[in-house]
Design a binder for this molecule. Sequence first.
Ligand code: PRP
Length: 177
Amino acid sequence: MDYQPKPHILYTREEIAATVKRLAAEIRKDYHGKHPILIGILKGSFMFMADLIRLLDLPLEVDFIRLSSYGRGVESSGTVRVVQGLGSPVKGKDVLVIEDIVDTGLTTSFLLDYLRKKKPASLKLCTLTDKPSRRRVPVTIDYLGFTVPDRFLVGYGLDLAQRFRNLPDICVLEDKE
Ligand code: PRP
């Protein structure tokens, strides 16, 4: 009954910082001369977004979208819907989606389809982590931080029932003895 999961570090804050730096260098190079809009998926992406954009010396815009999903991991088909939409139009813009984790792929796949219909000039995906072992729909990842094992991850924005987002490292949860 008294479940007290204990976080163990999987990726340290230093490893995360080095990875964010590498991703920022790739993005800076590809978007040189462009004015991209970075769209973060709430809530998990907020910390990654904050660190990433501070390393991007580009005339960029930032926006967020909040999605909710039903049936993920239990039902055979997950349904995703927009709970809080974008504040600015994306038509004709270079759009880069920022995600903390691609798991089944349902969330990012939905969002990429949703954004594609709005006719952006380009559309790419950057995710800090990818858990390919759980994939249910294919997703093309343009910028990838870590390929992660099939463990429950928390920290650096990732949560368990809204807890642990504030941990500065990416951790796995294990039962406390
Ligand atoms: C998590 C995560 C991704 C999504 C990935 O969000 O932040 O957006 O799940 O899972 P999928 O690939 O199986 O769709 P969650 O719905 O838990 O909301 P949160 O970001 O507010 O934690």
